[in-house]
Ligand binder design. Structure first.
Ligand SMILES: *Cc1c(COP(=O)(O)O)cnc(C)c1O
Length: 403
């Protein structure tokens, strides 16, 4: 196989994946091919050129060039069971591209109730406008999920752990039910990546990632991907090319650079997250920590059974705090910046309220969750020293007391 990574461990794959000599030439990384137009030597040469990048031949910029192909190939090699990967200008574009490749008007999509908010909005907005119906389901309630299937159910959208609230769900069981009912299973695998959750091996048909997060890893690019086995890869590719998706070669080169160090970043983020999460559990100001990496967490057993890794993203809920106190907490932080996104080398904190974006699920972490906003914060743990991060969070708790 290209890159010589077949059968190797993830760390080795991350180094070698996608590095074909015909794309890199005599250097380590593929050059940045900024190109739209192929120039032919003759009319016969033009006629011989096909509309697909066959045998690594450049055809037209929209089909990508070796820089983008190397990234897509690397992601394919990292996802066990994948035949190919399509790249998209953002994670949301990848979610859209994947869903559009398997759904048509009149179909019903089942969507996990703890999905990333723009995925939900895609179902309630864009897909609805195109005549595709949706039903939200609680991924922790298999019986209720099973009861939602009908003749027109064609796809299931999954995410594990769930956005913000971090519930791990039983992907093999959920995808097994979907397969028996003739529905395609798609997963947003951004949290664990293929390194931490081999989605296709766990029953999913299409695995989607926001490369903006761990793969980029440095908070300086937007990109998404969708990987699948032969049958669904063909559909992803056709739909994506018809929709005109293409990513810039400069961004592809950045994403490839990020990918090479992703393994050590994920590992470090995970270890620091466990340290910080355990420390938060010991604090009287904290009602609950939502981190599946922690023994005793509701998702720990499934995480241990199905995952081969994780990352530094988790959340927690404050005890007896109000909005002003939560604001004082995050405002006092100096190492954690306040911000959306995650997976960068720098730590981030994000106050959130999951209640308005859940239809069927209870909000964990607060006894008051059904009547008032649970005072929750999501942390994206970066590469800083854990002791410094804990000191920073200590100053946040001190600032809360002054309110
Ligand atoms: C950020 C994110 C996305 C979307 O990715 P973008 O690159 O920002 O469009 C999708 N899923 C999850 C879980 C995310 O956190």
């Amino acid at each position: 196989m290209a890159g010589g990574t077949e059968g190797k461990k993830p760390g080795t794959k991350l180094v070698g994946a996608g590095r074909r000599q015909e794309w890199t030439g005599p250097v380590v990384n593929p050059p940045v091919w900024r190109a739209s137009t192929h120039i032919y030597a003759s009319e016969a040469d033009r006629k011989a050129g096909g509309p697909q990048p066959k045998d690594g031949k450049f055809y037209y910029g929209r089909q990508g060039a070796p820089t983008q192909w190397a990234l897509a190939q690397a992601l394919t090699e990292l996802e066990p069971g994948a035949a190919g990967t399509m790249l998209y200008p953002s994670g949301v574009a990848a979610i859209n591209g994947a869903l559009m490749s398997v759904l048509r008007p009149g179909d019903v999509l089942l969507i996990s109730d703890n999905s990333y908010e723009p995925s939900r909005i895609m179902a309630t907005g864009f897909l609805k406008r195109w005549g595709i119906e949706h039903r939200f389901f609680d991924p922790l309630d298999l019986a209720a999920y099973q009861a939602l299937f009908c003749e027109r159910t064609k796809a299931v959208w999954l995410e594990s752990p769930g956005s913000l609230t971090m519930e791990v769900c039983d992907i093999p069981a959920l995808t097994d039910i979907a397969r028996k009912r003739g529905a395609v299973s798609l997963i947003d695998n951004t949290w664990a990546s293929a390194i931490g959750f081999p989605a296709l091996q766990r029953g999913c048909d299409i695995s989607v990632m926001s490369l903006t997060k761990h793969v980029g890893g440095h908070s300086d690019l937007m990109m998404g991907s969708a990987s699948a086995g032969e049958k669904f890869y063909r559909r992803l590719r056709q739909t994506s090319q018809q929709m005109g998706n293409v990513v810039s070669p400069d961004d592809a080169a950045l994403a490839l650079r990020g990918l090479r160090t992703m393994g050590v970043r994920l590992e470090r983020g995970m270890q620091t997250a466990i340290t910080v999460a355990q420390w938060l559990q010991s604090r009287p100001e904290v009602a609950a920590v939502h981190c599946p990496l922690l023994e005793g967490d509701a998702g720990f057993e499934l995480w241990q059974r199905d995952f081969t890794g994780g990352c530094g993203l988790f959340s927690f809920t404050l005890a007896d705090a109000n909005l002003e106190q939560r604001a004082a907490f995050v405002d006092a932080l100096k190492l954690f910046a306040i911000g959306y996104s995650w997976g960068g080398y720098e730590s981030l904190a994000l106050p959130y309220d999951a209640a308005p974006i859940r239809n069927t699920m209870a909000i964990p972490g607060s006894a008051k969750s059904d009547t008032s906003e649970a005072m929750s914060i999501r942390l994206s743990i970066g590469l800083e020293d854990p002791a410094d991060l804990i000191e920073d969070l200590t100053s946040g708790f001190a600032a809360m007391k002054d309110i």
